[in-house]
Design a protein around this ligand. Structure first.
Ligand SMILES: [Zn+2]
Length: 103
């Protein structure tokens, strides 16, 4: 049975996003980190708020570089998303086997 359980907590603060560069997440992250630092400094100027801190959390997901979908593999490590990923995996696997045989 599926059961909804509270396992972790995060705080959320809206910061102003950059006017440009939305497509570049790393650029946006650095921009938001600067905004967070400035807001943290602003808060620290006020009494009894020394423990406040604001962090930008980068969330990562493994995507296939060929088809762009979420990268998933079977129990042998073979990718499941597309033929190109499988071909690359087979090529890497056979090279490793050759390298082991050469030793
Ligand atoms: Zn793929």
């Amino acid at each position: 049975m599926k059961k909804k359980v509270l396992i972790d907590l995060r705080c959320e603060i809206d910061l102003p996003y950059p006017m440009f560069g939305h497509g570049d997440l790393e650029y946006t992250a650095k921009y938001l980190e600067q905004e967070a630092k400035e807001l943290t400094d602003f808060i620290r100027d006020h009494r009894s708020r020394d423990r406040y801190g604001i962090s930008i959390i980068r969330e990562y997901r493994d995507l296939c570089s060929f088809c762009g979908t979420t990268y998933e593999e079977d129990t042998d490590g073979m990718p499941l998303c597309c033929d190109k990923a499988i071909q690359e995996w087979e090529a890497i696997k056979s090279n490793k086997v050759e390298a082991i045989n050469e030793v």
